[in-house]
Every structure is written in structure tokens, then in C-alpha cells.
Design a protein around this ligand. Structure first.
Ligand SMILES: C[C@@]1(CC(=O)O)C2=NC(=C\c3[nH]c(c(CCC(=O)O)c3CC(=O)O)Cc3[nH]c(c(CC(=O)O)c3CCC(=O)O)/C=C3\N/C(=C\2)[C@@H](CCC(=O)O)[C@]3(C)CC(=O)O)/[C@H]1CCC(=O)O
Ligand SMILES: NC(=O)c1ccc[n+]([C@@H]2O[C@H](COP(=O)([O-])OP(=O)(O)OC[C@H]3O[C@@H](n4cnc5c(N)ncnc54)[C@H](O)[C@@H]3O)[C@@H](O)[C@H]2O)c1
Length: 211
């Protein structure tokens, strides 16, 4: 398995079977910016209008995969088997919610705090365990941690433009990612941000004012 973080805006995602599991996948793909087509002959109550989701109230047939960049099969098993075969014949990546080994990919348990994304998988072995490990990983991620990631993001673009030696840049980014700096952000975020700016300035050939 090869984990990646996908950018979905401008892509069409097809979900076959819009029940409990498919509905969750459709909402997640729409939240990530995809145009989502959900094919389900009996749309569940409350399946109404969510930005980015179009419901097709029909039983699955292969034409429903037209234009898909990704496919989720989350209908009864016999339908999923057809969806997987059709998607593979079209060379489109497909996830089978009931048979991890039959599809091309599985979904991890995901947690988000600001710009930090944690994704945990077990290759289909134990989804409930993936969820618990995800929760454990996020236990120490508080508002200060999220602020720290925001500061690192901001400084990274500054560093790219101003510290031309890649080794110096890498050393600074590694230093700023240490627990010591997290502790300083927790103690006083504006002061820590200013101190990081000082460290960058000391290594930069020239910087715009105010950095
Ligand atoms: C992490 C998460 C992400 C997500 O779904 O978004 C996820 N399952 C979640 C929940 C969950 N899963 C199950 C229940 C019911 C209660 C229970 O049994 O615990 C619940 C609870 C619920 O739904 O609330 C049971 C279950 N899951 C699968 C099967 C089929 C099988 O394996 O046979 C069965 C038995 C079905 C049956 O026959 O009854 C299969 C898969 N589930 C995966 C992911 C993929 C493997 C991930 C990995 O481990 O690497 C994979 C392969 C499918 C895929 O990739 O599509 C999400 C956590 C959401 C969160 O909290 O964030
Ligand atoms: N990955 C997971 O987290 C997970 C968890 C539980 C179950 N599952 C598996 O996911 C699948 C769906 O589970 P669920 O709990 O969402 O079931 P569900 O019954 O809530 O949803 C299934 C949907 O498929 C639709 N459907 C039936 N025939 C169809 C057809 N011909 N074309 C299109 N849609 C059709 C139904 O109308 C229904 O809305 C099952 O195969 C189940 O084994 C996966």
C-alpha cells in the first residue's frame, strides 16, 4: 500500500451505494473539493442537498462511472464486485468498502487539527484499531500545537525565498520542528514567533521588512 494525500478539486468522484458508509465517503470527498456523484436507487432520508454532491437515483450501471477519477463501491457485495471490475476495466482507481483486497486502495482513519492531518491504516486488518491509534496520535495536539504548525507554514515560505543555502534551511526547519519550540509556543506564541523570525533573519541574506 502506498499512502498519499490527494488533491480533489476539479475531479469527479463516483460513490456507488449512498448508505451509511457511502454517505460518509461522499461527504468527505465533497469536503475535499471533489464533484461527487452518488448512485443509489433508494437515496436515504436526509440525503438532500450538500454542496458538491449530486444524487443519481438509479441502480448502478457502468455508464455511471463516466469521467470518474476515483470510485467508491459501498453498495451490497454483488454490486460492489461489478463496480470494481468496471472501474478496473476503465483504469480508474476503486475502493471496495467491504473487500479491502479487491479494490485498489483503502481509506485510513483521518483526524484533522488545523493544517495537521493524521491518517492511520492497517491495510484492512483492523479499522477499529486504526481509529483508536488516530485518536491517540491527536491526544497531545492542542490549540498551541495547531498555532505552531501555522507558524511553521508561514516561516517555510519565508525561508524558501530568503535562505538560499538548502542545508541551512533544512537545519532551521528541523530546529523549529523540535519540542523545544513547541514548548516556547505553548508558553508565549507571539514571543516564540518573533524569536523564530530573529533566527531566520540571522541566516538570511536579505528579507522583506516585517518578517
Ligand atoms: C477507518 C475507517 C475510515 C472510513 O471508513 O472512512 C474505516 N472504517 C471505519 C469504520 C468502521 N469500519 C467498520 C465499522 C463497523 C463496526 C466495526 O466492525 O468496528 C466501522 C464503524 C463505523 O462505520 O462507524 C467495519 C468494517 N470496515 C471494513 C469492513 C469490511 C471488511 O474488512 O471485511 C468492515 C466490516 C463490515 C461488516 O461486514 O460488518 C472495511 C474497511 N474499513 C476501512 C476504514 C478500510 C480499512 C482501514 C484500515 O484498517 O486500514 C476498509 C478496508 C474499507 C475502505 O477502505 O473502504 C472508519 C473509521 C471512521 C472514523 O471514525 O474516522
Ligand atoms: N468501510 C467501512 O467502514 C464499512 C463499515 C461497515 C460496512 N461496510 C461495507 O460497506 C457496504 C455498505 O454498508 P452500509 O452500512 O453503508 O450499508 P447501507 O445499507 O447503509 O448502504 C448500502 C446502499 O447501497 C444501495 N444500493 C443497493 N443496491 C444498489 C445498486 N444496485 N446500485 C447502487 N446502490 C445500491 C442501497 O440503496 C443502500 O443505500 C457493505 O458492503 C458493508 O459490508 C464497510
Amino acid at each position: 500500500m502506498f499512502p498519499i494525500f490527494l488533491s480533489l478539486p476539479g475531479r469527479t468522484v463516483v460513490v456507488v451505494g449512498g448508505g451509511r458508509v457511502g454517505g460518509r465517503r461522499a461527504r468527505a470527498a465533497a469536503a475535499a473539493g471533489a464533484a461527487v456523484r452518488v448512485v443509489d436507487p433508494a437515496p436515504p432520508a436526509g440525503a438532500s442537498v450538500i454542496d458538491g454532491i449530486t444524487w443519481v437515483p438509479e441502480a448502478y450501471q457502468p455508464d455511471h462511472l463516466a469521467g470518474a477519477a476515483l470510485v467508491f463501491a459501498s453498495a451490497p457485495a454483488a454490486v460492489n464486485a461489478r463496480v470494481v471490475a468496471d472501474a478496473k476495466a476503465r483504469n480508474v482507481l476503486v475502493c471496495d468498502a467491504a473487500e479491502p483486497d479487491r479494490g485498489d486502495f483503502t481509506l485510513p482513519a483521518v483526524g484533522r487539527r488545523g493544517e495537521l492531518v493524521v491518517a492511520v491504516g492497517t491495510n484492512g486488518a483492523a479499522p477499529a484499531l486504526a481509529r483508536r491509534v488516530r485518536d491517540q496520535m491527536l491526544a497531545g495536539v492542542d490549540d498551541s500545537f495547531v498555532a505552531w504548525v501555522g507558524i511553521l507554514h508561514e516561516l517555510r515560505s519565508v525561508l524558501r525565498n530568503s535562505v538560499l543555502d538548502p542545508a541551512v534551511r533544512a537545519a532551521l526547519l528541523t530546529e523549529f520542528s523540535s519540542d523545544e519550540w513547541l514548548d516556547r509556543v505553548r508558553a508565549d506564541a507571539p514571543a516564540a514567533r518573533a524569536a523564530m523570525g530573529d533566527r531566520v533573519r540571522a541566516s538570511a541574506s536579505s528579507l522583506p521588512p516585517g518578517v
